[in-house]
Write a protein that binds this ligand. Sequence first.
Ligand SMILES: *[C@@H]1O[C@H](CO)[C@@H](O)[C@H](O)[C@H]1NC(C)=O
Ligand SMILES: *[C@@H]1O[C@H](CO)[C@@H](O)[C@H](O)[C@H]1NC(C)=O
Ligand SMILES: *[C@@H]1O[C@H](CO)[C@@H](O)[C@H](O)[C@H]1NC(C)=O
Ligand SMILES: *[C@@H]1O[C@H](CO)[C@@H](O)[C@H](O)[C@H]1NC(C)=O
Ligand SMILES: *[C@@H]1O[C@H](CO)[C@@H](O)[C@H](O)[C@H]1NC(C)=O
Ligand SMILES: *[C@@H]1O[C@H](CO)[C@@H](O)[C@H](O)[C@H]1NC(C)=O
Length: 428
Amino acid sequence: MALGLLLSLAVAVAAQIDTFCPPVPFHGFPDTCPSTPTRGPNSTIGVCTQDFDIIGSGLEAVHESIQAPTGLAVDSTLNVYLTYPRNSGPTPKNVVLATSFTEEEPWPSADIQNCTPSQNISECFINVQNVVLDSLGQMWVIDSGIAPGQSSAVLFGTKVMSFNVTTRELIRTYFIPESLLYENMNANDLRINNTLGTNGYAFITDASAAGSLITINLDDGSASRRLFNTTVTRADRNFVGSYNGRPLYGWNGTTKLFPKTGSDGIALASGNVYWGVLASRRYYFILQSTLVDDTISDKDMLDAVQDPGQLGSEQAGFTADDRGRVYIMASEHNAIYYVDTVQSEMREEVNGVAPGGSGLVATENYMVKTLVRSGLIQHADSAAIMDGWLYFCTNQLALSPARQYNNVDARKGPFRSYRTRIGRGPAA
Ligand SMILES: *[C@@H]1O[C@H](CO)[C@@H](O)[C@H](O)[C@H]1NC(C)=O
Ligand SMILES: *[C@@H]1O[C@H](CO)[C@@H](O)[C@H](O)[C@H]1NC(C)=O
Ligand SMILES: *[C@@H]1O[C@H](CO)[C@@H](O)[C@H](O)[C@H]1NC(C)=O
Ligand SMILES: *[C@@H]1O[C@H](CO)[C@@H](O)[C@H](O)[C@H]1NC(C)=O
Ligand SMILES: *[C@@H]1O[C@H](CO)[C@@H](O)[C@H](O)[C@H]1NC(C)=O
Ligand SMILES: *[C@@H]1O[C@H](CO)[C@@H](O)[C@H](O)[C@H]1NC(C)=O
């Protein structure tokens, strides 16, 4: 190519740049990031390289764990209980009571923490996933009964146990019968309604790949497994999440996998059971009285499930307050989301329905919103409400070996649990 042609091309390009890209910013886009962010309502968005919104009120650290916790409960005197599950190996303590910011003691006792050959597995912990306080002040423990490195639950190991929170005495144990333990049933999380039926019900998510919801009648101890391997309990096919701005696969060495965790987070509100499918951005609800009704066919049960639309995040934990608000641990966004289920709590018009009013929010008008978003929230997992505070634990689950290329452990503890003020009490 001749030099003259090159030059004239360069001039043409320069002329174009002159036309479309003036050297001075004529729209007034700020070219420096203010040292102290002072964003007015009309400030340009995207000025600083780390221009992420921090949303909501402050977070107060309440405890620091060396191991990554999955479960969290709070009693009426604001004691914090945590679980250290054994999905990827043994842990010395499975359930603890936090005795200071960094110290813990085994709860309810040291003896119960690890089943030994001399113990009956019905009386000790195999792999506790969560703890939850009920409205009578009883503390409930859910044990998946799946020993470290195993994939199947064992009869009498898979159980829920209730304890007197003051005396630490065992009140009652409910076993999930062998007939329900098929297809890697993985009892993961639970909530108790003490007033449904004659003596209350336990509602349990099964986080197996097929997924299901388990209910236990706390009067006669009978249990049912419903919605097994349905679209509302099963992971998305080929689900890929996102964490701290990075896409997230499952890995076995350098073999790419897709996470398959099914129904996981669960909460009770407004007479409904709310749950999410972990490896998805979906959540659902169904009337508690419908889910516990064994006369309802599988097809009718699936038809009764309400689908309020996706919520925009993978999620592992739910909880609910006494005004019908359901909180969702939105792990993909370092956030906690919420959704109001009671119309009188609605603050915006949605689909022509004015804010306020009475009754429950219609399924199509559910509007998921953000309570808090902060870099401190590194995979919030379980949450509990007490005395106006929402407590939650964080565990960096997405950075754990099963989710990292070549199975490196990218988690960097200690792992903090926090509380944030909501001015509400727990759902009853
Ligand atoms: C923001 O922009 C709106 C619309 O142009 C204007 O009415 C308002 O006064 C501005 N607010 C501030 C703080 O500049
Ligand atoms: C273990 O406990 C279960 C439930 O109480 C009981 O049915 C079973 O017989 C016990 N097993 C042994 C070996 O004692
Ligand atoms: C726990 O035990 C104490 C002392 O015996 C008793 O007063 C209380 O009612 C019990 N609480 C529950 C929830 O059973
Ligand atoms: C679950 O359902 C899917 C789709 O119908 C089917 O391919 C799969 O085999 C089922 N899994 C189990 C454990 O029944
Ligand atoms: C991971 O890969 C190894 C070696 O190929 C294989 O033996 C093992 O079963 C795989 N594990 C899973 C969970 O797929
Ligand atoms: C518990 O069950 C009762 C009786 O059906 C119901 O009125 C109440 O709303 C349920 N609680 C929650 C939190 O959903």
